[in-house]
Design a protein around this ligand. Structure first.
Ligand code: HEM
Ligand code: HEM
Length: 186
């Protein structure tokens, strides 16, 4: 594996951008299906896609975290202030946490429903319910609240994440996007 120190490796870049788009689509579909007036059958379809996409992202998050633990990642730029390095690390860890906990809470929410509706991932295979929680109203309520709060945290963290990239580009003339893309050096 080629190791460069000024950018993330190719697998990390591919995972970052495909998952970034997928999570933004998940946030959008979640808001649309919960709060918008939609045609009933389209709404039903949207729930199915949302649950399917969310389960795939739960699995992808495991893959991504595992890859993060075993691969080499670039050092943060030296010109960042110590508090900025700390904020960047804390922000990234928080993003990994919500990446994993948001779909997990969604899965717990549908698994603890009294209706026991199945989750058929993109009409291909049935994803099992989280074991031992079916019909448990306490878990159902906690999971619903958790899913809601986690999605708000997700939105805030993504806004901060994009804001930090813009801040560094505008005020520090440091293009961090180059670290998350292929550049001429590697
Ligand atoms: C759509 C706009 C986005 C932009 C412009 C962007 C940009 C970046 C950049 C430039 C980095 C490298 C930071 C560095 O210099 O070390 C990065 C890292 C990261 N991004 Fe994003 N990102 C975006 C969306 C997202 C989303 C939606 C997520 C969460 C699902 C996310 C999660 C992460 C994480 C966890 C890292 C840290 C990688 C690591 O060190 O393991 N990003 N992002
Ligand atoms: C991958 C990450 C996910 C994101 C970013 C996400 C995002 C959202 C958002 C923004 C909402 C609307 C706000 C709310 O009421 O909570 C929502 C609702 C919902 N999500 Fe997710 N979701 C994800 C994964 C999942 C998964 C894996 C499932 C189930 C297998 C799921 C099931 C649901 C359900 C059933 C609702 C409606 C909740 C209600 O009616 O109160 N979500 N989601």
């Amino acid at each position: 594996m080629a190791v460069t120190h000024d950018r993330y490796n190719s697998i990390a870049i591919i995972l970052h951008w495909t998952m970034a788009i997928a999570f933004l689509v998940m946030l959008g579909s979640g808001v649309a299906m919960t709060y918008f007036e939609l045609d009933k059958s389209f709404k039903f379809q949207l729930y199915q896609w949302h649950k399917s996409g969310g389960i795939l992202l739960l699995l992808a998050s495991f893959l991504r975290i595992s890859w993060r633990l075993i691969s080499v990642i670039p050092k943060l730029p030296d010109n960042l202030a110590p508090w900025e390095k700390l904020a960047a690390k804390a922000g990234h860890y928080a993003l990994y946490a919500v990446m994993f906990l948001t779909p997990l809470s969604g899965w717990l929410y549908v698994s603890s429903s009294v209706y026991g509706l199945p989750t058929i991932v993109f009409n291909l295979f049935e994803w099992p319910h989280f074991p031992g929680v079916e019909g448990n109203e306490t878990i159902h309520e906690i999971a619903e609240e958790a899913h809601f709060i986690l999605t708000i945290m997700f939105g805030i963290l993504i806004a901060g994440h994009i804001g930090a990239v813009i801040k560094h580009a505008v005020y520090d003339h440091e293009n961090l996007l180059r670290r998350m893309w292929w550049n001429s050096k590697g």
